[in-house]
Every structure is written in structure tokens, then in C-alpha cells.
Design a binder for this molecule. Structure first.
Ligand SMILES: [Zn+2]
Length: 214
């Protein structure tokens, strides 16, 4: 299993290429890129390493995380997945994408819903999902229980947590999602791959995150 991270757009979102290095198939998690330069860098990496992208996973529906859904979908002919509770964000996305500096002319297309019953596998990789609202109503964490990795979007960061002042955000729900869902589902040794900034571990955040240790 390999993870390659591309930090993209003015908001410095982590777009993850998560793949099986034996069968060279994998997932793109949070395709936040919209510029030609970023797109070329990522797609060239994928092509020159003979990786075939099988799924696009969107941890939530904010523009900085999903701006590259359509180009990725079309280029690799793959489906994109998101939780249904973030669809309302996509409905209004074109109105504010330009304000936020994104060059997209059509709404990101979502082919299928992420639910807690969904499981997506490819070679030795297997992702399951938990619904973790708070930063947005349809936020999810994608979890690889074999390799103990969590792609947690903007729910939690190293020594920080996701903002809750955007439409549909809810502080109480955010803490509930972290404490009662993420921390119960994943033990201390799991590695957190967040939507911004560097990786961490469940242990680290449980014990030292200033917003959680009080
Ligand atoms: Zn966000």
C-alpha cells in the first residue's frame, strides 16, 4: 500500500493518491486541484507509474476538496462518491467557486453515495466508511482497517479540528463525531491523513490535541 500526497490549490488541500503497489490500482481521495499545472503533475505521476485509478472518494462537498472531480472522472473514466448530506453544497457551488479562486464551469458530478454500509476494495486495499458530520453535514472518514489508515477530511487535524462556521457546520456534532465515532472505530495506532496539513495518529490527537484535551 502506498500513499502519495499532493498539496493543491490556494487552500493547501491534501489530495491523496492511495494505491496498491503490487496491482497498481487505487483511489483518489479529495481531488481538490483545478489548475492545469496541478492536474498535469498529478495525472503525469499516475500515468508514468502505470497506476489505474478506480474510485474517487470525496470526504465532503467543499469546493477546495472537490474542484477536480469532473476532470478526474472523465480522464480515468471512474465513479465519484460522496455522502448525500453534502449535496446541498454542490447545488450552490458555481455561485461561489470563482470567489474562492476555482476555475470550474460545471457542478462536480457525484455518481454514488457513501454510506456506512459501503465497502470499496481494490487488490489488497479495502475502504470502509463512517459518517462524521460537524465540519459539514455529509462529512465522512474513509478507513483502511488492514493498514490502519484514516482519511478524515476536515474533521480533525494535527492539534486542531475542522471549522464549523460554514453552512451546515455544527460544533457539537463535530466533537461527537471525533469522540464517539472516529475514536471508537479506530484505535490509537491508526494514522490520520487529514484534508490539510501533516499526518498524525489517533493516539497523538486523543492525548495532545488542544481542542480535545480539556
Ligand atoms: Zn472543508
Amino acid at each position: 500500500m502506498k500513499i502519495k500526497v499532493f498539496t493543491v490549490n490556494p487552500y493547501r488541500v491534501n489530495s491523496y493518491l492511495y494505491y496498491d503497489e503490487i496491482n497498481l490500482k487505487g483511489f483518489i481521495i479529495d481531488p481538490g486541484y483545478s489548475s492545469d499545472e496541478e492536474k498535469s503533475e498529478i495525472f503525469n505521476f499516475i500515468i508514468s507509474n502505470n497506476i489505474s485509478v478506480k474510485y474517487i472518494i470525496n470526504t465532503h462537498g467543499h469546493i477546495d476538496h472537490i474542484a477536480g472531480v469532473n476532470i478526474t472522472r472523465k480522464y480515468f473514466n471512474v465513479k465519484s462518491y460522496m455522502h448525500k448530506d453534502d449535496f446541498f453544497l454542490i447545488e450552490t457551488i458555481l455561485e461561489y467557486s470563482e470567489i474562492f479562486g476555482f476555475d470550474i464551469s460545471e457542478k462536480p458530478i457525484i455518481d454514488d453515495f457513501i454510506t456506512e454500509d459501503l465497502e470499496l476494495s481494490e487488490g489488497d486495499l479495502k475502504l470502509s466508511f463512517i459518517h462524521t458530520p460537524g465540519h459539514s453535514p455529509g462529512g465522512i472518514c474513509a478507513i483502511d482497517h488492514i493498514n490502519k489508515i484514516v482519511f478524515c477530511g476536515d474533521l480533525i487535524f494535527r492539534n486542531s479540528v475542522g471549522r464549523t462556521d460554514l453552512p451546515g457546520g455544527n460544533t457539537k456534532m463535530l466533537y461527537n463525531s471525533i469522540r464517539n465515532k472516529l475514536f471508537r472505530e479506530c484505535s490509537d495506532e491508526y494514522i490520520l491523513c487529514p484534508g490539510h496539513m501533516e499526518t498524525s495518529t489517533i493516539y497523538e490527537e486523543k492525548n495532545f490535541n488542544q481542542f480535545l484535551v480539556q
